[in-house]
Design a protein around this ligand. Structure first.
Ligand code: SF4
Length: 359
């Protein structure tokens, strides 16, 4: 796959570049396996700039595997709230419990053991093993796959499993044994700052002479990705049931998305249905009836291929308030954010608090 010249030059050039251009990261001084496990889990699907404040806060509250393993899931979700993809938080929590149970609280360094932990795939295992444990294991994130595909002028669809396996094995062939962590981080940093998805800066790239895509003028057409699915616009209505100065919140208990997090009763608005009718249906789903439903706030957000307009309608409870249960709580507007809320719901809560109607 690689030419001899590429094999020799790429690791050397990449590491030289990294010495001068590494982005500062919180694990550079003391790259412990636990820190890398948390950081790499957060970095799945999320960019570094977004992750860093969350990482600091999370590690302050859960500084060791034991702190994380013994926390309530709800608290872990609260510290994750805003990062999205909450199954990562639940898996990390379960992984910490398994590390306590099977590895005496020490995050293992062996990639095959790491991959057995919930939520730990090739990338996370590779990041922990190479950066914290100095093992010659690739850790290709989206940036890494893109660079390797371009270096090789690889024209397969890089979202396919077989393509990824080939690129992973190609990376394994050139990862230097004496600096695997730096090599992997150099790929990530080069991908974030030079070999970017839309506008690769080949003229300042340290690998330009070794890059087949650049030599063939294909740097912007590679890597090959499947066409994006067009997003579908939908509207959700949630009802803010107010009783005695408190709001009714419900816990999501089903499905992967936002499971364990709290929100106002919510339904998808159906064809021909008014927002008010949908709000009554949302209230009825938790055994409540409301009167005088009025639109109070709207936020937009995306989930997978849906573009969602989320409307909050405020209404007064008629009849007795439903009882609190594991999955229903009456909460004052000022306490709501102590619960783990999906970020669109947090934005909605803030918008509602800013309206005179709920002060
Ligand atoms: Fe990416 Fe261009 Fe560098 Fe090739 S030469 S690795 S396409 S930035």
């Amino acid at each position: 796959m690689w030419t001899l010249a590429q094999r020799r030059a790429i690791p050397r050039l990449l590491l030289e570049w990294y010495q001068h251009h590494a982005r500062p990261m919180p694990w550079h001084e003391n790259p412990t396996p636990y820190l890398l496990l948390v950081a790499a889990t957060m970095l799945q699907q999320t960019q570094v700039a977004t992750v860093l404040p969350y990482l600091h806060r999370f590690l302050e509250r859960f500084p060791t595997v034991n702190h994380l393993a013994t926390a309530e899931e709800e608290e872990v979700l609260r510290y994750w709230a805003g990062l999205g993809y909450y199954s990562r938080a639940r898996n990390l929590h379960r992984a910490a419990q398994q590390i306590m149970q099977h590895f005496g609280g020490e995050v293992p360094c062996e990639p095959h053991l790491l991959r057995q932990l919930p939520g730990v795939g090739e990338y996370t295992a590779g990041a922990v093993a190479s950066i914290a444990c100095r093992q010659p294991e690739p850790a290709l994130d989206a940036n890494g796959y893109r660079i390797v595909a371009r270096l090789l002028a690889f024209d397969g669809d890089i979202t396919r499993t077989d393509s990824r396996r080939r690129l992973w094995e190609a990376c394994r062939q050139i990862i230097p044994e004496d600096a695997p962590g730096d090599f992997n981080q150099a790929l990530m940093d080069l991908g974030a700052t030079v070999c970017t998805a839309r506008e690769p800066r080949c003229l300042i790239c340290p690998l330009a002479e070794q890059c087949l895509a650049f030599q063939q003028g294909k740097q912007t057409s590679l890597p090959v990705m499947p066409p994006r699915r067009a997003s579908e616009r939908v509207q959700d209505a949630c009802v803010v049931v107010e009783h005695g100065g408190r709001w009714l919140l419900v816990k999501r208990t089903e499905g992967q998305l936002w499971r364990g997090m709290w929100e106002f009763p919510r339904v998808r608005v159906q064809n021909g249905e008014t927002l008010e009718q949908a709000a009554h249906r949302a209230a009825a789903s938790v055994g409540m009836r409301v009167s005088d439903c009025k639109l109070a706030a709207t936020v937009r957000h995306g989930v997978m291929h849906y573009s969602i307009t989320l409307c909050a309608l405020c209404g007064c409870a008629t009849g007795a308030p439903c009882a609190e249960t594991e999955a229903r709580r009456w909460v004052s507007p000022w306490e709501v954010e102590q619960l783990p809320l999906p970020s669109p719901m947090r934005r909605l809560v803030r918008a509602l608090r800013d309206t005179a109607a709920v002060r």
